[in-house]
Design a protein around this ligand. Structure first.
Ligand SMILES: [Zn+2]
Length: 453
């Protein structure tokens, strides 16, 4: 663990400064945005080539020798802020390159939030923004940042028009630009920054001054709708974020060859090995495991844009048909045939040709070579509105695929594998994006006076 600061010297050079966790207690209380310091006795090292926070190729490291003294009064007029704004076409150029975490300023058009009251575990806020182009882009914030953003919006008397977001990670998905917040992302509304204020007054002049009819924050719109082609390209673009999307598609084919159910360990949900007289759970190391029948059905589903394979697990399938897998097996029971070897239950076979609106969870497994399926986590009864209740928990472990790494990780994306899309990138516990310039001693004196943000 460490903390990154952004500092700016007299020449307007923004530089990243890093304080390791061990040294943090010594400095933490003084790290206040906008404060000015003299800094000497630091180490200089090369900045990482990935996810850069500044244009400088060098960075400052605090060491045992570092002297870090606050200047109570500015010695010269201080510019208020320094950002690295990128416009839309520059962001497209940076997308998926993992080279930089730039800043953006734009108009807020709409906010979709999955944050509930009280907040649940996984949270996401998607802000539809307009930068310098007519095309809109989506900026996503995750988990605690999403909750903080949601609460901040809720508490505001008037919906903000302008947003500045720092250290964001641009991604192209299905031909559209997506901006993902990182741990270093800070958000400033309207006139909180000089840059935001300029745009704010431009918009006020443009608008009639009437308050907008629709409230900005729309919690009911839980997840973004995506076409199947977009879903597929989401995988290709190797974004390893765990995200839910909404899809509408028609069942082209139910894959009877892959079966419709399996016997799961009642303890760990792993598929059991059937021997002549008993079930063995490899994971629980139990040769007399208690089994429970669970649904698992693969289907090819298409829309206008493409086709992909989707997996229906136990919870979703049972809910859709109001019938448990064990009950379905009773209906189909044949002497001497194991339930998992019987043909498809008619109600599953009849899903062919029907159109469903469903929620899909995209996780890191969708990206592995051997696992090209999407997991359906929630479904509307045929084409229509999704029920408002919570996503059915398939529990990841449901997946009995032998080549499926999710068996080992319980359906969760391996955290260490993130490519800085959301959390790990900027590294520290609170790097910040709003840097200030100061004038004063030049770098030639070997002392930097900087404002920390
Ligand atoms: Zn088990």
């Amino acid at each position: 663990m460490w903390m990154d600061l952004l500092m700016v010297d007299v020449n307007g050079t923004m530089m990243q400064a890093t304080i390791s966790a061990g040294r943090l207690p010594e400095y933490r209380g003084r790290l206040i945005a906008g404060s000015m310091f003299t800094l000497s006795g630091f180490d200089v090292s090369r900045a990482a080539q990935n996810f850069r926070l500044t244009d400088s190729s060098l960075m400052i490291r605090f060491s045992d020798m570092t002297s870090f003294k606050e200047l109570p009064a500015p010695v010269s007029p201080l510019p208020e802020e320094a950002f690295r704004f990128r416009n839309q076409s520059e962001l497209v150029g940076l997308a998926n390159t993992s080279t930089q975490l730039p800043d953006v300023v734009g108009e807020i058009l709409c906010v979709k939030s999955t944050v509930s009251d009280p907040p649940e575990e996984k949270n996401r806020v998607m802000v539809t923004m307009k930068l310098d182009s007519d095309e809109t882009i989506t900026l996503s914030l995750f988990d605690s940042q999403a909750v903080a953003f949601h609460k901040q919006l809720e508490a505001m008397q008037v919906d903000p028009k302008v947003m500045v977001a720092t250290s964001i990670n641009p991604k192209m998905v299905g031909g559209r630009l997506f901006l993902n917040a990182t741990s270093g992302t800070h958000v400033y509304f309207d006139k909180a920054t000089r840059a935001g204020e300029v745009l704010f007054y431009q918009l006020v002049t443009r608008d009639t001054g009437l308050p907008s009819v629709a409230p900005l924050l729309r919690s009911y719109a839980k997840v973004e709708t995506m076409s199947i082609a977009e879903l597929t390209s989401f995988i290709v673009s190797a974004a390893t974020q765990e995200i839910d999307f909404l899809c509408t598609g028609r069942v082209v084919h139910v894959d009877a060859g892959r079966g419709w159910c399996y016997v799961a360990c009642s303890k760990c949900s792993k598929k059991l090995e059937r021997s002549a007289s008993a079930f063995t759970c490899v994971r629980c190391n139990n040769s007399h495991a208690v089994g429970a029948l669970r649904y698992r059905v693969e289907m090819a589903i298409c829309d206008d844009t493409g086709e992909a394979t989707f997996v229906w697990f136990d919870g979703v399938m049972a809910k859709l048909h109001s019938l448990r897998a064990s009950e379905a097996a009773q209906m189909l029971a044949e002497d001497g045939v194991n339930p998992e070897d019987t043909g498809l239950p008619p109600f599953i076979a009849e899903m062919e040709g029907k159109t469903y609106t469903f929620q899909v969870r995209v996780t890191a497994f969708n990206f592995t070579e051997h696992h090209r399926t999407f997991t359906i986590t929630r479904v509307a009864e045929e084409h229509g509105r999704l029920p408002v209740d919570a996503v059915i928990n398939n529990g990841g472990n449901d997946d009995e695929d032998d080549d499926d790494p999710s068996d080992e990780t319980g359906g969760k994306a391996p955290d260490g594998d993130e490519d800085a899309g959301d959390s790990a990138s900027a590294g520290g516990t609170g790097s910040s994006g709003k840097a200030r310039r100061n004038t004063g001693a030049g770098p030639s004196e070997g002392v930097k006076k900087s404002r920390v943000v």
